[in-house]
Ligand binder design. Sequence first.
Ligand code: 8X3
Length: 257
Amino acid sequence: MSDSQRSALVTGATSGIGRATAKKLVSDGWMVFAAGRRQEHLESLAAESGQLAGKLVPVATDVTDEASIHTLFTTIEAAGGIDTVLNIAGGALGTEPIAEAKLEDWQWMIETNVLGSLRIIRKFLPMLRAHGEGTILNLTSTAGVVTYEGGAGYNAAKYGQHALTGALRLEEAEHNIRVVEVLPGLVKTEEFAYNRMRGDESKAADVYAGVSKPLTADDVADVCAYAVNLPHHINLDEIVMRPVKQAAQHKLIRDTE
Ligand code: 8X3
């Protein structure tokens, strides 16, 4: 790998924002290790990325599993290493109020969003420090800075990931690692709301009903790529991005016909 070749790990790369970000970075000329649980999705991503300027290496990975992360690490190390990690794996499960909260939903959200990021960061920090100009981008959410009814479990997970990101920025500046946080609001992807609503397509559609232009996965991917493509001394600490129709968590404009 040449010195100028940028190289990244993108987690959550099987679908949605992670997939779009992996493709965007490959189109920008990066070498990308695309990590996700579903092998067939990774293969189709690799096929779609084949004609782009950079290179994509799919690696089946579960961010809740240490052994799986170790395999990912050895694959990346053998291929020459990376300078950038984008933690995009995560998601929401359920919209119950706290009075009816399902403990297993909270556990899943904390496992994937918070502990998944922690496991990846802990494993790759020595490599990023050794590189000399490392970057970590954590995809959190506006749910990590504003609470809302029915959001407590997801809020807890994203507030946790937000806290981890802030402390990490302070701790790693000495090692010349920049730490970027992207906090999107309403993003329409094929799986986020569908998974959160436990596969109920009608409830998932209601999330976006009447919102003429929610953000797309490509919108968020563009912003993530912009942040990591900037010269290394520029750290975009926290980027809050929402569709115009969502002026705040409590103010979502739905067009009625
Ligand atoms: C998704 C944003 O508004 O569903 O991360 O919590 S929201």
